[in-house]
Ligand binder design. Structure first.
Ligand code: KIV
Ligand code: ZN
Length: 515
């Protein structure tokens, strides 16, 4: 990394705005695991949650504040005393805490949501910053919907909140409406017209409704912003936030242009993306820039030929620089423990000897079922073993076995054995329009709340007729718009389907008991 490049503060909001993605809820343990991965990744600020939102949010911010060392931990609050007090309560044990207060400033929000005048908004924003400042030196203020706020008023709000003590002023494009040209102009105007702007870092927080979140964030940085708010895999409200991996790699790959960089350890991008995808259940599209499975795959003969002759003919970054394994040599039943250990390490995992032994046993079992074991298979094995999934034996159902009868013109029937807390339950169902429906109906009998199946998908995890089936299920509960996502893989597609359904049900169970 060239030290002469201006360092941009990377503010990750995967655990706050990212968790607002439909279906992306995480439990406390999962949030701590993600926070630890973000520290390793080199993120400067971790927005851990919105503590007043729920007791679960409060607890997770508090736990992350306790355990995280090496990154700032931030909690969100409206400009309301109770929010700010609660945020501080959750953050006070952090090594380096930040309170992030926000208040909407655009005419639409002032008129219809807040019913407040411009003067009242400034007074409330200043009071919020001052209250937060009473607790903590590091205070960020966000004028929500800043990109649709009249520029003269925005300048006044920014000046007043900096005077009140805000050390970072964030300019959110809350509804993903702005464009790179407009963003450049807005940031430049703030720099030119706000007299005390040099007393704070200017930040941006771009939503992706028009697919321009990364471009808008880069435009802001080029115009002088010093912090980018972003999320792993671009998670976030609606179409999501600026994707961390994309914006970081754009700055690094085009240092010649932007003359900026970050502390991010790019080799950890893929492992972190995978972890977030696992714990949220939200899959990364194959063609997603930087971390998608196809991001470095060359299909056309002309491209393959070019890359074999000289990689840079068709690659602007190397796959290893973002954390993909060095080579994709497939492992099989004759591969030994050392080969597996090497691959596990190059995939970004650090396993103890015991865990590696377990992984090796699982690998051998899988290699008996399929000829070639790919990276995706190994990641699945490691995730099972390290317990990214199924970590609450007292709350979670785990799948034991199934017996399915189905055929053309035949009514499907299934018998499933599940266990929880050491006790087994056998449930059966018959009928419906296919085996997945029958499985779902059987699972419904084991849980004591109604569930609806919103979506179910299964696809091959890799090439080959013996590929593992990668199943994902989205379920809902009545009177709630929330979606609970489950995922699982197996060489037996019905087993994968069943495990994915159980995984989704477990997410509801955990939320119900606050686990
Ligand atoms: O999108 C937004 O405006 C936000 C703020 C709370 C920063 O998420
Ligand atoms: Zn947002």
């Amino acid at each position: 990394m060239d030290e002469s490049n201006r360092k941009i503060v990377i503010f990750d909001t995967t655990l706050r705005d990212g968790e607002q993605s439909p279906g992306a809820s995480m439990n406390l343990q999962e949030k701590v695991q993600v926070a630890e991965a973000l520290v390793e990744l080199g993120v400067d600020v971790i927005e851990a949650g919105f503590p007043i939102a729920s007791p679960g949010d409060f607890e997770s911010v508090r736990e992350i504040a306790r355990v995280v060392k090496g990154s700032t931990v931030c909690g969100l609050a409206r400009c309301v005393n109770a929010d700010i007090d609660r945020a501080w309560e959750s953050l006070k044990e952090a090594e380096d805490p930040r309170i992030h207060v926000f208040l909407a400033t655009s005419a639409i929000h002032r008129e219809f949501k807040l019913r407040m005048t411009q003067e009242e908004i400034i007074a409330r924003a200043v009071a919020g910053v001052e209250r937060a400042k009473g607790y903590c030196a590091n205070v960020e203020f966000s004028p929500e919907d800043a990109c649709r706020t009249e520029i003269d008023f925005l300048c006044k709000v920014v000046e007043a909140t900096i005077a009140a003590g805000a050390t970072t002023v964030n300019i959110p494009d809350t509804v993903g409406y702005t464009t790179p040209v407009e963003m450049t102009k807005r940031i430049r105007t703030l720099i030119e017209r706000v007299p005390n702007i040099d007393k704070a870092i200017i930040s941006v927080h771009c939503h992706n409704d028009l697919g321009m979140a990364v471009a808008n964030s880069l435009a802001a940085v080029a115009a002088g912003a010093g912090q980018i708010e972003c999320a792993i895999n671009g998670l976030g409200e609606r179409a999501g936030n600026c994707s961390l991996e994309e914006v970081v790699m754009a700055m690094r790959t085009r240092r010649d242009l932007f003359k900026v960089d970050s502390r991010v350890v790019s080799q950890k991008l893929v492992p972190t993306s995978r972890l977030v995808s696992k714990v949220t259940g939200l899959k990364v599209p194959r063609n997603k820039a930087i971390v998608g499975q196809n991001a470095f795959a060359h299909e056309s003969g002309v491209h393959q030929d070019g890359v074999l002759k000289e990689r840079t003919t068709y690659e602007i970054m190397s796959a290893e620089s973002v954390g993909f394994a060095k080579n994709d040599l497939v492992l099989g039943k004759h591969s030994g423990r050392a080969a597996l250990a090497d691959r596990v390490k190059s995939l970004g995992f650090d396993l103890s000897k015991e865990r590696l032994d377990e992984a090796f046993d699982a690998f051998k079992r899988l290699a008996d079922l399929k000829k070639e074991v790919y990276d995706a298979d190994i990641i699945e094995i490691v995730d099972e073993i390290t317990g990214v999934k199924d970590r609450r034996p007292e709350v979670d159902w785990s799948y034991v076995s199934y017996d399915l009868k189905s055929g053309v013109g035949e009514e499907p029937s299934v018998k499933i054995v599940l266990s929880r807390g050491g006790e087994e339950r056998v449930v059966e169902a018959k009928g419906g329009n296919g085996p997945v429906r029958a499985m779902f109906d059987a699972i419904q009998k084991v849980v004591d709340f109604p569930i609806v199946l919103k979506e179910f998908k299964i696809e091959a995890m890799s090439g080959g007729s013996d590929a593992q089936g990668d199943a994902s299920a989205a379920i809902g509960v009545p009177n709630s718009t929330k979606t609970y996502l489950g995922r699982a893989a197996s060489t037996d597609v019905f087993e994968a389907a069943l495990k994915a359904l159980v995984d989704a049900v477990n997410r509801v169970e955990r939320e119900r008991v606050g686990a």
